[in-house]
Design a protein around this ligand. Structure first.
Ligand SMILES: NC(=O)c1ccc[n+]([C@@H]2O[C@H](COP(=O)([O-])OP(=O)(O)OC[C@H]3O[C@@H](n4cnc5c(N)ncnc54)[C@H](OP(=O)(O)O)[C@@H]3O)[C@@H](O)[C@H]2O)c1
Length: 244
């Protein structure tokens, strides 16, 4: 079992799904966790109250708002002194098939998706990395998607936002390595969460599960396990890598 005793972690979108699993595993491994949430204040309190250890905090921000991101990061730093590990997990997926979406709706989905999935993550990374640089250590892990590589026929903004986040991860990994900061991206296929529930429960679900020889999709805990491995000291040299 990896130990993160004495470490501090900021996990975005940790009220449910993959983010919640990441927060639970970091807390169980001894870290203090800043649990970011957007709209689910009751849910995040529930998560916080069930975490192992003590000293965890909750921080709120709409990640489409750069000023809110800066405030959120400053709140976490004020509480913890510094942030050792950032997990950019929060994201949105909105279907907008080109042949069935009006132009105003098409533009709105592109703007929202890029604002949250790409700019939300890169501005959070900026704010956290700026305080990691003088400390000459840190880990940033971005949750992207397999869709960045395979395409998302009915959600092209989602695929593009995640491809952008992959490129950002590789760029910033090179830029930040001299400061002792590792940056990784994890690009999962389907994961059993709120985001995928309606599709997995639809008639399409069986074919999606059959894409894997295990005849199932990933569990949030499995993605979280990969996050902890990439955040560990032993994984420093994987910086710039992409786990799928
Ligand atoms: N599930 C999958 O099959 C799958 C596959 C590949 C990659 N991923 C990626 O994995 C990550 C986590 O996915 P998940 O399945 O756990 O998703 P989820 O259960 O839908 O949770 C998404 C989280 O993002 C937050 N969020 C959404 N818009 C936000 C905004 N404007 N500002 C701040 N937070 C916001 C949500 O909070 P609110 O609801 O309060 O807005 C929620 O906490 C995402 O980046 C997703 O793209 C998921």
């Amino acid at each position: 079992m990896l130990s993160f005793a004495g470490k501090t972690v900021l996990v975005t979108g940790s009220d449910r799904g993959i983010g919640q699993a990441v927060a639970i595993q970091f807390a169980a491994a001894g870290a203090r966790v800043a649990l970011h949430f957007h709209s689910q204040a009751d849910a995040i309190e529930q998560v916080r109250s069930h975490l192992a250890g003590s000293g965890h905090i909750t921080v709120q921000a709409d990640l489409a708002d750069a000023a809110a991101i800066e405030r959120m990061v400053n709140e976490a730093i004020a509480a913890f002194g510094h942030i050792d590990i950032l997990v950019n997990n929060a994201g949105i997926y909105q279907a907008h098939p080109l042949d069935a979406t009006e132009f105003d709706q098409w533009q709105a989905v592109w703007q929202d998706t890029i604002a949250v999935n790409l700019l939300g993550s890169v501005h959070t990374a900026y704010s956290v990395a700026r305080q990691m640089i003088p400390r000459r250590q840190g880990r940033i892990i971005n949750i992207t998607s397999r869709g960045a590589f395979r395409g998302e026929p009915t959600a092209p903004a989602y695929a593009a936002s995640k491809a952008g986040l992959n490129a950002f991860s590789q760029s910033i990994a090179q830029h930040l390595a001299p400061y002792g900061i590792s940056v990784s991206a994890i690009a999962p296929g389907w994961v059993e969460t709120e985001m995928s529930r309606s599709t997995l429960e639809s008639p399409e679900g069986a074919a999606i599960r059959a894409q894997s020889g295990f005849d199932r999709v990933a569990r949030p805990e499995e993605i979280a396990h990969t996050v902890l491995f990439l955040a560990s000291e032993q994984a420093e040299f994987l910086s710039g890598g992409m786990s799928m």
